[in-house]
Design a protein around this ligand. Structure first.
Ligand SMILES: [Zn+2]
Length: 114
């Protein structure tokens, strides 16, 4: 995601209207681009202080909007890590399954030729 795309998604991110994948890319960009992060911080704080949106998990009792933004970032960071773990688990199951099949075939071949 580039800075232009980031800006175009900002309002949808703040109003939680992006899908998880786009939100994860959005957060990645914000973590690596100080100018975009600063802009997001200002726009998020503005909408929160105006009462346009609730804080994460429906919280509305704080004025520490920067911590809230970091909470939202952590959510997407954890989401991405959990998705990676699921992919690794699926790959592990497939590899183990293939090993079992190959070993079974080898056993079968040895029994046939011995
Ligand atoms: Zn940027």
């Amino acid at each position: 995601m580039d800075c232009r795309e980031f800006s175009s998604h900002m309002k949808d991110f703040i109003f939680d209207k992006l899908d998880d994948e786009t939100s994860t890319c959005f957060v990645d960009h914000a973590k690596n681009c100080r100018a975009c992060y600063d802009e997001l911080e200002v726009v998020y704080s503005m909408h929160r202080s105006l009462g346009d949106i609730m804080g994460p998990n429906g919280k509305d009792d704080t004025s520490d909007y920067i911590s809230e933004l970091n909470e939202i970032f952590d959510y997407y960071y954890n989401l991405r890590n959990n998705n990676k773990k699921k992919v690794y688990l699926k790959i592990s199951v497939i590899v183990i399954f293939c090993i079992i099949i190959v070993l079974s075939m080898l056993c079968f071949l040895f029994e046939c030729y011995l």
